[in-house]
Structure formats: C-alpha cells, structure tokens
Design a binder for this molecule. Structure first.
Ligand SMILES: Cc1ncc(COP(=O)(O)O)c(C=O)c1O
Length: 391
C-alpha cells in the first residue's frame, strides 16, 4: 500500500486535541503504535536484560529487534550503531572516546545547533587540538559547501563536524559532496542529522559519512537517539566500557549500561510506519512550505532566514523569519492570544548562527516547523493569523 498522507494523522493520538502543532523541529508527536508498544513492554516484559528465564528472553528479543530496526533503517551494520539518551549525550560520549594527536586540527561550523559544537570543543581541550571555524556567508546562501570548506582543509585536519540541515535555516546540505572533500584531505566527517531525519530517508553509506546522529523524538518516536560510526572510523574510538565487558561493537564501546529499554524496543514501530513513505512526505511537505513561503515572500517587511524557495530539493519545511518592527517573542505571544497554533521564537540553541552569522536581536527568529501530519488547511490558517497580527 502506498503511504497515505491524509490517513497519517489518524496514527497520532495527540493530533485529536485542539492544538495545531508547528514546533515539530523541537519535537514531533509520537505515533500511537509507539505509545502502545511502550505500554505493552512496561506492562509485561519490563525486566533486566540478559536473563535466560521466559520473560527475560522476551525482553532481550524486543530490545535486539529495536537495535536491528534502527541499523537497517539508516543502512548501517548492527555493530556500527549505539542508541542513547539524546544526540547531545551520544556526541559527548564520542567526544570522550575519540583519539587524535596533540596539535591535530578540527573544523567546526557556526551554522550549528550547539550539540554539534560543544562536545568537540570539549574534545579539543581534552586532546589539545586546534579548532578552526567554518562559516557560510549570505553570498553563499548561508550554505555549507565543499567550496567554502576547502580553504580550511589541510593534512593537519583530522575531524570536521557539520549539520545536515540547520534547525533554523532548513536548508539541506550536500553531505556526500562534503564527505568526499573531507576524505580527500584525510579527515573524518561527523554530521548532525537531527533536523534532516523527520523529512527524508537516511542512508549513511550513500552519504559517505563517518559519524551521524539523530533523535527519535523528532521522528515520531520516544526520547532516545542513535549514533552511527563506520567500522573504519571506530578505529579512532577508545572504548569507554568496563574493563571486563566486550569492546567489539559501537554499542560495546559507547553504550554504557544499555539505553532506555522501552524506547529502544519501540523503534520498529517507527521504521515500519516510515517504510516507503518519504516520496509522499517530500511531496506533501513541499506543498506546505510553499503556502507559507509564498506569503512570507509577498511581504517586504519580512526576512526569511535560509532559502526563500519552496524547492524540496533544497529545503525542508523548517522556516524561520523576522518581521521589521516586531520582535519574535511579541509575534508569537500575539498569535497565541488569538489562536490554538503552537510555534516558537528564539535561537533554538543555534546561538552562534543567530548572533554571529545572522546578527539577530536576542529574541532571534520566529520559527514554524512543519512535518507531514500538518495539513494545507492548517498552514492557510497560519497565514490568516499572521496577517491579523502583523503591522
Ligand atoms: C539540529 C539539532 N541538533 C541537535 C539537537 C539536540 O538533540 P538532542 O535533544 O537529542 O540532544 C537538536 C534539538 O533541537 C537539533 O535541532
């Protein structure tokens, strides 16, 4: 059966409430099947993993099926992933375990959520590495590209981190092209896939990345995240495991005492739901973003941060803007007074981008972040609200 966008809403219990959810880049609603599977797990099979009695073996199997589904979903090997509390936590674990030589260089971007910066600054301090900053200008469309990366690369650079999609700008970076130039220079590439994952299929092998992470709570699931590290990149990872435990897989190396059981075992519900869905999702999200962008583009007092084109090849429906003469906090407050629409203002933890690159006020942007379960009617409704509250 092809994926049916109109029926998708029925799969999310939260969408039966009187609330329009447009802060999905902050966190998506959870699938009903995820909620049911977690209830069933906690009701019947919530025992410590690794046991051989009947219920124990059921728990072991469910947890393992969660891992298998997560690995298959991103085209990784079972031994190339670890599931943990959040992307931030997994990057911190990785930053505590990676090994480079004193004086080696790393490149960090200023277009990031702080999740893909702080862990590497911590690593740089720990290993005495030199940090170089990668910035994209307005002339480059605020996009990270091989062209604006190349001048920073050299044989001393061993590690580069960048985002797949900015959680403010919504633009999709060509991660494959970036990975190719990073590898030519002999370095490793780590990508934050958090804002990409709800919108497109992930294939870590096709992307050619060394490390990749995203959070399932933004992909219709519970609060848990996955990190991929290729077999070859794992050579740089010194296991954090207890001395008597195995150190073969990425889970052994960085997973500590296993992650949240009920969350991990629910992952097959998400991957089943999204199987074969992304063509329909991309097409529908393209329609949603066009409705909002057409309105924002029609007003000379509005600045869209990121691409103003609705072309789905270049952006996802995470749309940020500022309005001349109205700060973002005020705008959101006015919308909340007259509607049941939920969207937000701020820097969304991309503080270096908002302050240093975009030069924004402390209230940052107004961000509307849509996903496939939003409807065209909801976005037409949003345009009417914005018309009412704008000067
Ligand atoms: C682009 C991006 N990266 C990372 C994160 C942090 O993810 P987590 O909460 O799983 O650490 C977020 C959360 O908003 C995000 O938008």
């Amino acid at each position: 059966m092809p994926f049916d966008i109109t029926k998708s809403r029925e799969r999310f219990p939260a969408l039966r409430q009187d609330q329009v959810f447009l802060d999905n880049a902050g966190g998506s609603q959870a699938l009903g099947d995820v909620i049911d599977s977690m209830t069933a797990y906690l009701s019947k099979t919530n025992v410590q993993l690794g046991a051989s009695y009947h219920t124990g073996t059921q728990s072991n199997t469910k947890y393992e099926e969660g891992y298998q589904a997560a690995a298959r979903y991103i085209n990784a090997g079972r031994d190339e992933i670890v599931i943990g509390a959040s992307t931030t936590q997994l990057f911190m674990n990785l930053a505590s375990a990676l090994q480079f030589k004193e004086g080696d260089e790393i490149i960090l971007s200023k277009m990031e959520h702080e999740t893909n910066v702080k862990p590497w600054l911590f690593m740089a301090e720990r290993l005495k590495l030199k940090v170089k900053w990668w910035v994209s200008s307005k002339e480059d469309g605020l996009k990270l590209t091989p062209k604006n990366l190349k001048p920073l690369l050299s044989p001393d650079v061993k590690f580069v981190a960048c985002t797949h999609v900015s959680n403010i700008l919504g633009s999709i970076h060509d991660v494959r092209a970036i990975a190719d130039v990073v590898h030519e220079a002999g370095a490793l590439l780590c990508v934050d896939g958090v804002s990409f994952a709800p919108h497109r299929q992930i294939d870590v092998k096709a992307f050619g990345v060394d490390f990749y992470s995203f959070s399932w709570y933004k992909v219709y699931g519970p609060h848990v995240a996955v990190l991929y590290a290729s077999h070859s990149a794992q050579k740089y990872v010194k296991p954090l495991a207890h001395f008597f435990n195995p150190t073969e897989t990425l889970e052994d190396k960085l997973g500590f005492a296993a992650s949240n059981y009920e969350c991990v075992q629910s992952i097959p519900q998400i991957t089943k739901y999204l199987d074969g869905a992304f063509n329909a999702i991309t097409e529908h999200e393209g329609k949603l973003q066009k409705i909002l962008l057409d309105f924002l583009n029609s007003r000379s007092d509005i600045t869209i941060l990121g691409s103003n084109s609705p072309d789905s090849r270049h952006r996802v429906p995470t749309i940020s803007f500022t309005v001349k003469g109205v700060n973002s906090k005020q705008l959101v407050a006015e919308a909340e007074k007259i509607s049941n629409y939920g969207f937000r203002w701020g820097h969304f933890y991309s503080k270096r981008l908002c302050d240093e690159v975009l030069g924004l006020e402390p209230q940052g942007v107004t961000r509307v972040s849509m996903v496939h379960y939003n409807t065209e009617d909801e976005i037409h409704g949003l345009v009417e609200i914005l018309k009412k509250i704008m000067p």
